[in-house]
Design a protein around this ligand. Structure first.
Ligand code: FAD
Length: 353
């Protein structure tokens, strides 16, 4: 929760927490000076191995909601093709590009000072990045260097100073008003669809490169590779829980179901902690937040921390042997039964349909 001289927070509770409202006003609100400046946003775009991450185009959608001019920012080695791809995104006026291999891995230690130099040069009023691992580790440092207060994981924009964000695992909604001169914001990807990758014709400009020396070094990474759809952006997700009993059964039951549906695979934290699934597949408060067209929960009880990551799914279906399981309170479609019997049956029906 944000308590500072620069913010005003209004909380609205939802779900099981009793409904109540609190307001914290600041005697130091400084909106007039903010309004005097022209609104301009810098959207931080992510890239990996010279490929633009299209999920990060959500930052441009959020910037469009704010209005004003929109620039995009990319950095890394051989950045030209990425900058050219980003320049085609609809609604962007300019891409600021910094070509330097030092930024390839997105280390916040040198990326934050790089960004700050470019923010100061551009005089932006809003800095926007996805609430991804990259955005979450980068923007707090940027905010600190700018003496601003970060506004995290927003799901809506009310106006240029006022933003909406879920707190307490989605059980309360905070409306946060900021009077910082530069708003530093991360956005929830499921609340802002990626901007159209085509239709724009932005100019490309070299950014400033302070090339700051850092005391950390990139050593290695261990990437989970899969041919299935990406969990964070998939239209259909099938998630398995502790009810699957073992990794062998998780793979035997869940993977054919995912393939029959063309779905991404997710898991509860209990399934991840028990070693049934990789932790990149965890859905929930401390995992990924997803909002697919269809979310099918198999052998998942529906703990509040799990719901925090999937309750905005368009259709929620659940298979559980316990008719009293809390997942059925949020499910649109429920099947009470033994997953070891029902899921293979469903998979066979899907394959033959
Ligand atoms: C700070 C914090 C953060 C957390 N973050 C997350 C998070 O990000 N994501 C997350 O998922 N959890 C998170 N948790 C954990 C969460 O509280 C639950 O413990 C967890 O979600 C339970 O996982 P589960 O539903 O798979 O297991 P259980 O709660 O054990 O449920 C298993 C379900 O399987 C059903 N089942 C068993 N056998 C069968 C069968 N043969 N056929 C059909 N159904 C069957 C049971 O009826 C039961 O409902 C967090 C907890 C804390 C404290």
């Amino acid at each position: 929760m944000l308590f500072s001289t620069a913010t005003r927070t209004v909380l609205r509770s939802v779900g099981s927490v009793p409904r109540s409202t609190f307001a914290f006003s600041s005697p130091f609100n400084n909106n007039s000076s903010t309004l005097r400046r022209l609104l301009s946003s810098l959207a931080i775009l992510e890239q990996r191995d010279g490929k633009l991450n299209h999920g990060s185009l959500s930052a441009i959608t959020a910037a469009k909601k704010l209005g004003g001019s929109i620039h995009g920012f990319v950095a890394g080695s051989n950045i030209k093709p990425v900058a050219e791809e980003a320049a085609k995104v609809e609604g962007v006026e300019k891409i600021i590009a910094v070509d330097n291999a030092a930024y390839d891995k997105g280390l916040p230690e040198n990326f934050a000072p790089l960004l700050v130099e470019n923010i100061k040069k551009g005089g932006y009023t809003h800095i926007i990045a996805g609430h991804t691992a990259f955005g979450k580790s980068l923007l707090p440092r940027v905010a600190a260097l700018l003496d601003s207060q970060q506004i995290s994981d927003i799901t809506a924009i009310e106006n240029e100073n006022t933003f909406v964000r879920p707190i307490y695992a989605g059980n309360a909604i905070a409306t946060v008003e900021s009077s910082d001169l530069v708003k530093v914001i991360t956005i929830r990807g499921t609340a802002f669809p990626a901007a159209e990758a085509q239709g724009g014709s932005a100019t490309i400009e070299d950014g400033v490169d302070p090339n700051v020396e850092i005391s950390v070094e990139w050593v290695s990474e261990d990437l989970a590779k899969s041919d299935r759809p990406d969990l964070a952006t998939a239209g259909k997700v099938v998630s398995g829980g502790r009810g699957l009993k073992s990794k062998e059964d998780f793979d035997r039951i869940m993977l054919p179901l995912a393939d029959a549906l063309g779905a991404a695979v997710g898991a509860s934290r209990a399934a991840v902690d028990s070693g049934y699934a990789d932790n990149s597949l965890q859905v929930g408060q401390t995992g990924k937040v997803v909002a697919p067209q269809l979310y099918l929960a198999v052998g998942i009880s529906g703990a509040i921390q799990h719901l925090a990551g999937m309750k905005d799914s368009k259709v929620i279906a659940a298979i559980n042997k316990d008719a009293e399981a809390p997942i059925f309170q949020v499910a649109d479609v429920g099947l009470v039964g033994d997953l070891f019997e029902k899921v293979p049956e469903l998979t066979e029906k899907l394959k033959s349909s």
